[in-house]
Design a protein around this ligand. Structure first.
Ligand code: ADP
Length: 260
């Protein structure tokens, strides 16, 4: 609580009272702290690949460049780290854009088609040990949304399912239920321990930082998913068992999507 006092009365005269302004700034403080945390997280996340890039450049300059095999290996690492920086910046910008809610575009989207396109897009990442099961729903109504946003939602969820599943099946389901579009993505991957579940939608939160990094993760994927779901007044549910698998269920109301 912030209290500001101003004496009441004419200048030079005895004041006859005090105007007290009492404000509840808890929310404001919270927002301020969140912003500060975000900036410090972003700075840290950007610095890590940059430090690595500069380190390898230094080593190359100090002589490693003369050994071709070593030089090539270092250049590959520099390439990967530069790619990481670029993904990170893209994700941060995307998150900002969705958060600012300036996004009123609503076009009818064929969800079956969009899911199929995303499966196609991620195909190079899908190894022979993973099977994707998706049966398009022939009678699905089009969903009114920004098609790029919806595609991003599918990409992030499917990309995670692929990243965190060594072998097994990823099942994608679509259905219409009480004027909601319900999307399910279920994998037979590593799973998430119960205590970590509430945190996975936080920005930059990863259960296993090393593993996520190795897979090119930014820790922003699910945070972006959550914001997109909120943009369409939907909700997201996650069930997971360590070592068994994870299931995300997204419910999006059609009427909200059709409004604009
Ligand atoms: P990341 O870029 O690290 O994948 P996300 O925000 O997409 O970031 O996910 C946050 C964390 O949630 C991941 O680091 C991972 O620990 C966990 N996670 C997300 N999806 C899955 C999944 N399908 N199976 C197991 N763990 C997952």
């Amino acid at each position: 609580i912030r209290v500001t006092g101003t004496p009441l009365g004419l200048e030079g005269e005895k004041s006859f009272g005090v105007l007290l302004i009492i404000e509840d700034i808890t929310q404001l403080k919270k927002l301020e702290n969140m912003r500060r945390d975000f900036v410090s997280n972003v700075t840290h996340e950007l610095k890590t690949p940059l430090t690595s890039i500069r380190g390898f450049i230094d080593t190359l300059k100090n002589g490693a460049i003369k050994e071709e095999a070593v030089a090539n290996r270092f250049l590959d690492i520099i390439d990967i780290e530069a790619e990481r920086l670029s993904t990170l910046i893209q994700d941060i910008l995307l998150l900002q854009e969705i958060e600012s809610k300036r996004d009123y575009e609503r076009l009818p989207l064929d969800i079956n088609e969009s899911v199929n396109a995303v499966i196609e897009l991620l195909q190079p990442k899908i190894t022979g040990d993973i099977e994707i099961v998706f049966k398009p729903q022939p009678y699905l109504k089009p969903f009114y949304c920004n098609p790029d946003r919806m595609k991003q939602l599918f990409i992030n969820l499917l990309d995670n399912a692929v990243k965190y599943t060594e072998k097994g099946t990823i099942t994608i389901t679509l259905k219409e239920e009480e004027d909601n579009l319900v999307l399910g993505i279920k994998d037979t991957g590593i799973g998430i321990e119960k205590e970590y579940l509430p945190r996975i939608f936080e920005r930059f939160y990863r259960v296993d930082k090393g593993r996520s990094r190795k897979q090119g993760g930014t820790g922003l994927g699910l945070s972006i998913v959550k914001h997109i779901v909120e943009l369409y007044n939907g909700n997201i549910q996650v069930n997971s068992t360590l070592g068994v698998g994870t299931e995300f269920i997204i419910t999006l109301p059609y009427n909200m999507g059709n409004k604009k």
